[in-house]
Design a protein around this ligand. Sequence first.
Ligand code: 2P0
Length: 337
Amino acid sequence: AHTQERRTRATAVAHPNIALIKYWGKRDENLVLPRVDSLSMTLDIFPTTTTVRLAPDTGHDIVTLNGRTAEGEPLRRIVAFLDLVRERAGSACPAVVDSENTVPTGAGLASSASGFAALAVAASAAYGLGLDATALSRLARRGSGSACRSLFGGFAVWHAGLDAATVAEADLASHAEPVLCGDLDPALVVAVVDAGPKTVSSRAAMRRTVDTSPLYEPWAVSSARDLTEMRAALLAGDIEAVGEIAERNALGMHATMLAARPAVRYLSPATLTVLDRVLRLRQDGIPAYATMDAGPNVKVLCRRPDADTVAEALRGAVADGSVVVAAPGPGARPVHE
Ligand code: 2P0
């Protein structure tokens, strides 16, 4: 009975990741195939812990997120993800999912990345799929694109699979993998200027950007060059180059959104105040570089020894907000109960 219990229940933990080269735009919505390669750093803060238990008698999936029963769109996405796992496992068994997420939900801090990374590891173990990290990354991608990068610790690149001849080949090729790095001791200082939910989901915003922004294609082309330069900068352990490339890539992504019709604008006055402060830090000789996602919060890349100085400066700039210092963190993994 004990081994049976072990096989049908699994817990996993995963951390969020922040892209230095952004994922923005899909070429296949159902398979979550992106239009660009992206590259991220997995953080050591805000973990998500998820338990999946097979529950033959419940009749349907039961999902609890931070102690509350999920419904609507969040439930639909999780059930669709479990359906993928069940299809591969040849199972029709419902599951009970219990997830504790320490990320401020919907604040542009990638709660879906840690969420679906942890769910991929826990669900595939509970249903008895023996998947390696690459296969888990590919699976997590189907839940939320950026989740595929949280399977790996530190820096990871997510291949768009653009060279593939068929959609099936692209599906196989599109997963994350670790990136080779030189001597780098980075920190990411997260300035939460607004922890409220976002006004437009990144899914809808991406679609609108791809469909209507005249700046989208030029950004996608320059992003491919950014990625090549980013790999070299990481290998060289050159934090200034890493930061410069990341900052311009993020600002370019936001420019594509601002040019969408109608515009998608996630950046707020508080965001720009923080960006001004980052510029001043650089003028004072501290290498610090900003990146922003689908929300107004700013993540500032710097050297770890400078992190406290940077955090203090940002605290001064975001009076009502909070500032958290993160370092590179581990990839998603099972928790042995
Ligand atoms: C990223 N973002 O690379 C980019 C930059 C936000 C801005 O990935 O539709 O939740 O589930 O694949 O992964 C946020 O989008 O989108 C995101 P879906 P996801 O981190």
